[in-house]
Design a protein around this ligand. Structure first.
Ligand SMILES: [Zn+2]
Length: 433
């Protein structure tokens, strides 16, 4: 199809990002999509239960909602290390409880949910929600599934709560209870089974399902520069890393001489302490099995780790124009002025001077601007996978990410220029900056 106009580089990156978000309603979908796209780019799929493949070229492995890729150069040097880009596939969501549904008052049918992660609850009201995740079948298969818009948490009319604009207080059990039907005997799990191509709910033994906003992403504002969507924390980083690896695979760039690793964890939003989270063993498993398959033994493995580094990419905070005093008075990251380097004295971010210098080299090499985030001392600081990775593995780690407004809202806001710039800086890091 020929368009009547040409997209700029950030706009075409944003179009691909839009598709990536649409196709990644759950961490399982995101991990699967990263693997599929890398296989299309020539990577080979690794089964964890098989002997580890570290032959020259790209490899990718999926473990539930996490995905790891590694690219081994031809003729690995004795002093080579790993260049790791870390990100996470999960976002705040409403996880469907084992009971799945219950009868509400007056004939309403409601979806029973647990709140996953630190969501801004009010932003999830009045949004159509889709179900997505994985089903385990009686014959032992895992099936990914997604539905269209099936539920919604309606707000209370202002006439029934005149104080809503002064103080909205939401009880997570009572008030965050989505409606999906009325005067009907319909079975939600049956509907989900059908959406998955199964014959009915009897085929489902267990499930990991969430409700997530069904509305697709969109651009808005002057020149279409602003990008609005759910799950940008942290699909903005997963997609940026994926595109960087795809470009490296296309151009056949030799890279840095190090082993390139892309590690997308799950469960960052709930503290990372799981078998697929950053506090678990998955990254170390990937690094040690790769080193082992490359013939490294004992101290040679430790040497390889010592020569390694990690760029931990996770969404960052842009200054908010309506709450300008919540930020540091002097250090003011703004949407559109480049990806953000995150610094915190209490090591809620892992960045130190050495990591900051590494990031600066990557941005210089990519020709992109970068900006810095540091907290206002009166505001507690969030954290991310960077400090956890640094603490577990001792890797030199730097925390970066795309600036957002409305982080953990059901619809977050970014800038298309930053999305591409992050991807370019990650590519430059992997290329040897
Ligand atoms: Zn995040």
């Amino acid at each position: 199809m020929t368009l009547p106009f040409e997209l700029s580089a950030p706009q075409s990156h944003a179009v691909d990002y839009q598709h990536f978000i649409l196709d990644s309603p759950s961490p399982f979908h995101a991990a699967d999509l990263v693997a599929q796209r890398l296989v299309d780019a020539g990577f080979s799929l690794q089964d964890e239960a098989d002997p580890w493949d570290a032959s020259p070229g790209g490899h990718v492995m999926v473990r539930a909602g996490a995905v790891a890729a590694w690219v081994v150069p031809d003729g690995l040097a004795a002093d080579a290390g790993f260049r790791v880009v870390g990100a996470h596939t999960d976002s705040p969501a409403l996880q469907i409880k084992p009971s799945v549904q219950s009868a509400g008052p007056d004939g309403f049918g409601q979806v029973d949910v647990e709140i996953y992660g630190g969501m801004i609850q009010n932003s999830w009201l009045d949004r159509e929600l889709a179900a997505a995740g994985r089903l385990m079948t009686a014959d032992g298969r895992q099936v990914l599934v997604r539905t269209g818009a099936i539920a919604r948490i309606p707000q209370l009319a202002i006439h029934l709560d005149r104080s809503v604009n002064e103080s909205l207080s939401l009880d997570p059990q009572r008030h965050m209870h989505p409606v999906w039907t009325v005067d009907s005997e319909a079975d939600l799990l049956d509907l989900i089974a059908t959406a998955a191509g199964l014959s009915g709910r009897d085929e489902i033994v267990s499930h990991d399902l969430i409700l997530t906003p069904a509305q697709g992403p969109g651009t808005f504002g002057e020149g279409g520069r602003f990008f609005a969507s759910s799950r940008q924390d942290n699909l903005s980083s997963v997609h940026a890393g994926l595109r960087a690896l795809e470009r490296l695979a296309e151009t056949g760039t030799a890279g840095s001489g190090d082993v390139l690793v892309f590690m997308c964890f799950d469960h960052e939003e709930i503290g990372s302490a799981t078998r697929t989270g950053a506090a678990g063993p998955i990254l170390e498993t990937v690094l040690r099995r790769t080193a082992g398959a490359l013939g490294r033994r004992g101290d040679e493995v430790e040497r390889m780790l010592a020569a390694s580094s990690c760029v931990s990419a996770d969404a960052a905070h842009s200054v908010h124009p309506n709450y300008a005093d919540r930020h540091d008075p002097a250090v003011r990251p703004v949407l559109g002025r480049g990806p953000v380097l995150k610094i915190n004295a209490n090591q809620r971010y892992a960045t130190d001077a050495e990591g900051a210098a590494l990031w600066r080299r990557a941005c210089d090499r990519a020709g992109v601007d970068s900006q810095v985030f540091v907290s206002n001392n009166a505001m507690p600081c969030g954290s991310t996978i960077g400090p956890i990775t640094a603490t577990r593995l001792g890797l030199l780690t730097v925390d970066v990410g795309v600036g957002l407004l409305s982080m953990h809202s059901a619809r977050e806001m970014s800038h298309v220029d930053d999305l591409l710039a992050l991807s370019q800086a990650l590519e430059a890091y992997w290329s040897g900056a």
